[in-house]
Unconditional design. Structure first.
Length: 680
């Protein structure tokens, strides 16, 4: 079962059943317990919530009953396809909110549900204690208790029944206290309880990913630009230079398309309509005489070279991610072998891609609504399986929002039914609800609007939106600072200080982040023309030579940011960013707090980094698990940061050279009694 597929209803959704119109419509058994507002819950169980293997999962629900009876509520979990549930007692956290936790020990599809029943024995024990405290005569209540135990014993095994009847006989005016408090009796009453009136909620699906799904640092590279000056780079050239990328702490090396590139209507440098002799074309113009999506560009090398690159990446602790761009150049083999997979004009010619008034004559979109859609969908599935067989477990998917939703739900479900470790990153810069739908359908991670969130309030709101329920139950953001298509105006105009700010924002706020390099660390900031987000001399259309040893490179900063992500528990465990109030419109501050370890990291960025800025961050101590009288120290985690803790606030000073502060908040060695504050 893929992550977008819901488990079938095994039990009636009692809380949602329509009221009966006639008495004869009532069920034979009266279910008095109602269950509402279970979390996580994605669209009433239509889609799976996402979690990570070997990490605790908390399930909570409102569970209520008429009257004042005691309830027994339980969480039930199992891997999909298993017949038996594992049950965990739930506890009431107040206001009829019950919860329990479990830790999934394998990746793949799971399901969970909760149940509740009236626990007459627990209610009798409670009332007996109250009557005893009030000095009432207990003789009648003790008879009631014996009858309760004997009724349950009648359903028990012979050995358990003997033991339970002995407990019932011991319910005397002098011996009842020892009986009702006996844990063995309580266990037996639970084991053999009458559950015919127990209410079960319809099971919900849960998709459990491996850890890389939730946390990772991505580096995007054009392999053809990593060769020696004067020639087209090969996969082996990139493989032999991986120490540079791995040395910065990246986990995933994302390769732009490595397939043959078409020659018909090939674009020239800077996206000119006509290619000059020697122009290499866009890697997204996939397909040529050397093959299509299951071929490697001859100038990049062979499958043996690809395997060498994959093994070298693994040796450096990195995984390869491949680009899945479902489009073809006019020279792709499918154009002649399967013309029915493309849209045609009235004159019979195949339609090229258009975004009026823009025209992309070098790309033919696939028609996912063709009459032969089944064979096309199967061909795409075969492409992914082809690369899985060659060791690829991560795919970055180009423009998934331009393909049918039902296609992605089917495709991802098919892949993850046999390879649950495969991850999919959605490159869908589109409407928010479309992005979220793709995530629900099974995409592991998603590009986001992070690049275009630049002002304090919109950034604070966006950080909160994508990192808290209900969105974070199905949507995992991947904050890319830049891409080959996106050079935001802030980077064009903000210089080195803004590069530092955007890197820090992306790396230290959410679990997954990425850069397009070496453009990012080498401060590439020149647009093709004013008002454009396209790079001048873009690698999309030409081979670039990068001076990786430039003294102004931001590689040391990136290395430190990735190191902090690994060594600071609050950053390593994908805790949500908790936005903290500041007294400056320029300063955005957030904390990451891990309650298990006590790790607290405060990050402050100056959103106008070309100017000096001083300000105060008022810590929300309740959010951070801190008592009001705990004195703190702020330890700088980036070179040159300056900060001072004063009462319930942290005083920050930012300069253009040091426009960010990353601080570990620790309890001071000597604690002082501080006055009460209104810092939350």
């Amino acid at each position: 079962m893929g992550p977008g597929r819901a488990a079938g209803p095994l039990f009636p959704e009692t809380s949602a059943v329509m009221p009966p119109r006639q008495l004869s419509d009532l069920p034979e058994t009266c279910h008095r317990v109602a269950i509402d507002r279970i979390i996580p819950d994605v669209d009433g169980g239509r889609f799976a919530a996402k979690r990570v293997v070997n990490q605790s999962v908390t399930i909570a629900a409102d569970i209520i009953c008429d009257g004042h009876d005691e309830l027994e509520c339980r969480l039930h979990v199992r891997p999909a396809g298993y017949d038996r549930w594992t049950s965990v007692p739930m506890t009431c956290e107040g206001n009829d909110r019950w919860q329990a936790s479990f830790t999934p020990g394998r990746i793949g599809s799971w399901e969970y549900t909760v149940s509740g029943r009236v626990d007459h024995f627990a209610g009798w024990r409670r009332d007996l204690a109250l009557r005893a405290a009030a000095g009432e005569d207990l003789s009648g209540e003790l008879v009631e208790g014996r009858l309760l135990i004997e009724a349950v014993a009648a359903r028990a095994s012979a050995a358990d029944a003997v033991e339970m009847n002995d407990f019932a006989a011991a319910l005397t005016p002098t011996g009842w206290r020892q009986v009702v408090d006996d844990e063995r009796l309580q266990a037996l009453m639970h084991r053999h309880a009458d559950r015919t009136r127990e209410t079960w909620l319809t099971p919900r699906p849960l998709w459990v990913d491996r850890e890389r799904a939730a946390s990772g640092a991505w580096y995007e590279a054009f392999p053809r630009s990593w060769g020696p000056a004067g020639r087209h780079g090969r996969l082996t050239d990139l493989a032999d230079r991986l120490e540079y990328i791995a040395g910065m702490g990246f986990d995933v090396l994302y390769l732009t398309p490595i397939h043959p590139i078409g020659r018909s209507f090939r674009k020239g440098k800077n996206n000119t309509l006509s290619a000059a002799p020697g122009d290499v074309g866009s890697p997204w113009g996939i397909g040529g005489e050397a093959g299509g999506h299951t071929a490697i560009h001859p100038d990049l090398g062979t499958f043996a070279d690809f395997e060498y690159l994959r093994q070298q990446a693994a040796r450096h602790g990195m995984e390869l991610a491949l680009d899945l761009a479902l489009q073809c150049s006019p020279d792709h083999p499918w154009v002649t072998e399967h013309p029915e997979w493309f849209r045609h004009r009235a004159d019979g010619s195949i339609r090229y891609a258009e975004n009026p008034p823009k025209k992309y004559q070098d790309i033919y979109p696939l028609d996912f609504e063709t009459a032969e859609w089944r064979s096309l969908w199967q061909a795409v599935l075969d492409i992914i399986r082809f690369w899985i067989d060659r060791g690829v477990r991560i795919f970055r998917v180009d423009n998934p929002h331009t393909k049918p939703f039902v296609f992605w739900e089917w495709l991802i479900g098919e892949i993850q039914a046999t390879h649950p470790d495969v991850l999919f990153l959605s490159e869908a810069f589109t409407r928010p609800k479309t992005m979220y739908r793709l995530a629900k359908l099974g995409f592991t991670q998603s590009y986001t609007y992070f690049t275009w969130r630049t002002e304090k309030q919109e950034l604070a709101d966006y950080l909160t939106e994508v990192s808290t329920p209900p969105v974070c139950d199905f949507f995992r953001p991947n904050f890319f600072t830049n891409t080959p298509d996106i050079l935001h105006a802030t980077l064009q105009e903000g210089g080195r200080p803004m590069f530092i700010v955007r890197l820090t924002l992306a790396a230290l706020s959410v679990g997954n982040w990425g850069i397009y390099g070496p453009a990012m660390e080498l401060l590439e900031a020149t647009p093709r023309e004013p008002g454009s987000e396209e790079y001048r001399d873009s690698e999309k259309y030409e081979i670039r030579q990068w001076d990786l040893d430039r003294p102004d490179s931001l590689a040391p900063l990136i290395t430190r940011l990735n190191e902090l992500r690994r060594v600071e528990p609050a950053l390593a465990r994908v805790q949500p960013p908790l936005v903290q109030p500041t007294d400056s419109d320029r300063l955005l501050a957030w904390c990451r707090y891990d309650a298990a370890s006590g790790s607290r990291v405060l990050v402050v960025v100056n959103l106008q980094p070309q100017q000096r800025c001083r300000g105060r961050v008022s810590l929300n101590r309740r959010q951070l698990g801190l008592d009001a009288d705990v004195q703190l120290e702020a330890i700088p985690l980036l070179d040159g940061g300056t900060a001072r803790v004063s009462g319930g606030a942290v005083e920050i000073s930012c300069t253009p050279a040091r426009p960010v502060a990353v601080l570990r908040l620790v309890k001071a060695a000597t604690q002082l009694t501080l006055p009460e504050t209104a810092d939350g």
